[in-house]
Design a protein around this ligand. Structure first.
Ligand code: GLN
Length: 271
C-alpha cells in the first residue's frame, strides 16, 4: 500500500515538486498530506502521481503536469497549447497598470494572448477597462476563454494573426501590449528545458526574433489613438533594437524596464 510517506521517500524529484504533484494527484492541500502521511492512498491517485513523476523525470514542465500556473496572484489553466506564464511578464502587466489604473472606459489590446494571462490580469485589476485580446491559435484561445470565465474577467477574444485578428474592432486603443514570440529560430535555448515542450509558435518567429516585434510596432500606429501607448516584452538583448524600432515608427517617450533579474525585458513608447 502506498502512502504519502512511502511515495515521498522513493521519489527522486526535488521535495517541493514531489509535494506539488502529490497535492494535485490527491486533490488535497499540504496540511492534509502532513496529517495523513501514513494512510493508504487510492490506487488511481497513486498511478496518476507515478505517471507524472515519470514525465517530470523526462523533463516535462511542472506547469503542464499540474495544468496550472500562478501569475499576478491568479491561478491560470495552462496546457501545451499555450506558453507558460513567466514572472518576467508581470513587469509588462505592472507597467500597463501604471498607465490604465483608475481610468474608466480605457481601451486595451493584448496581442498573442496565449493563456490570456496578461489580458485577464489587466481586466481583473482594472474593471473599468475594455480589454481585447487576440491569438492566432484557436487552441490557445480556448484555454484563454476558460481562464477568463473561471476568473470572471470580461475580455473580447479575437482569433487571427496580429492586426488581422481585429477586422471587426474599432481602432483608437489607449494601450497595446504584447509578449510575442521573440526567440530567434537558431537560438539553442529552444531545445533546452521547459522550452522543448512549449508551442514553438509562441516562442520563436521562425526568423531572427525581431520579425513579430517589428510587425507589431509597424502596425500599431493605425490602432492606437494619438497619445496611446505600446509596450512589448522582448529578449534579454533586444531592448536597443526595439527602442530603435519604436523611435523609427514615430513613438515618443521611448524607454525600457527591467525584469526581476535586472534584464531589460520590456520596451515601450507613446504615439
Ligand atoms: N521569455 C520566454 C523565454 O525566454 C520567451 C517568451 C516569448 O518568446 N515570448 O523563455
Amino acid at each position: 500500500m502506498s502512502t504519502v510517506r512511502s511515495l515521498t521517500a522513493s521519489c527522486r524529484l526535488p521535495r517541493l515538486e514531489t509535494r506539488m504533484l502529490l497535492e494535485q494527484a490527491l486533490r488535497r492541500p499540504r496540511a492534509w498530506l502532513l496529517a495523513h502521511d501514513d494512510e493508504p492512498l487510492p490506487e488511481a491517485a497513486v498511478q496518476l502521481f507515478l505517471g507524472w513523476v515519470r514525465r517530470r523525470e523526462a523533463g516535462e514542465p511542472m506547469a503542464y503536469l499540474l495544468g496550472e500556473r500562478e501569475f499576478m496572484g491568479w491561478v491560470f489553466e495552462v496546457t501545451p497549447d499555450v506558453l507558460i506564464p513567466r514572472p518576467d511578464t508581470e513587469t509588462l502587466v505592472e507597467t500597463a497598470l501604471d498607465i490604465i489604473r483608475d481610468r474608466s472606459g480605457v481601451r486595451v489590446l493584448d496581442m498573442g494572448t496565449g493563456s490570456g494571462a496578461i489580458a485577464i490580469s489587466l481586466a481583473l485589476a482594472c474593471p473599468g477597462a475594455v480589454v481585447h485580446a487576440s491569438d492566432a491559435s484557436n487552441a490557445a484561445l480556448a484555454v484563454a476563454r476558460r481562464n477568463g470565465e473561471r476568473l470572471g474577467a470580461a475580455v473580447q477574444w479575437r482569433q487571427g494573426d496580429w492586426y488581422a485578428a481585429l477586422a471587426d474592432v474599432e481602432p483608437g486603443f489607449d494601450l497595446i501590449v504584447s509578449n510575442p514570440p521573440y526567440i530567434a529560430c537558431e537560438d539553442p535555448h529552444l531545445v533546452l528545458g521547459d522550452l522543448r515542450f512549449e508551442p514553438a509558435t509562441a516562442l520563436t518567429d521562425g526568423a531572427d526574433g525581431l520579425r513579430d516585434l517589428c510587425a507589431i510596432v509597424q502596425g500599431a500606429g493605425a490602432w492606437l489613438r494619438p497619445g496611446g501607448w505600446l509596450w512589448l516584452e522582448h529578449g534579454w538583448d533586444q531592448a536597443p533594437a526595439v527602442r530603435a524600432l519604436l523611435q523609427a515608427h514615430g513613438f515618443a517617450e521611448v524607454s525600457s524596464r527591467c525584469d526581476l533579474a535586472g534584464t531589460e525585458r520590456i520596451s515601450g513608447g507613446r504615439l
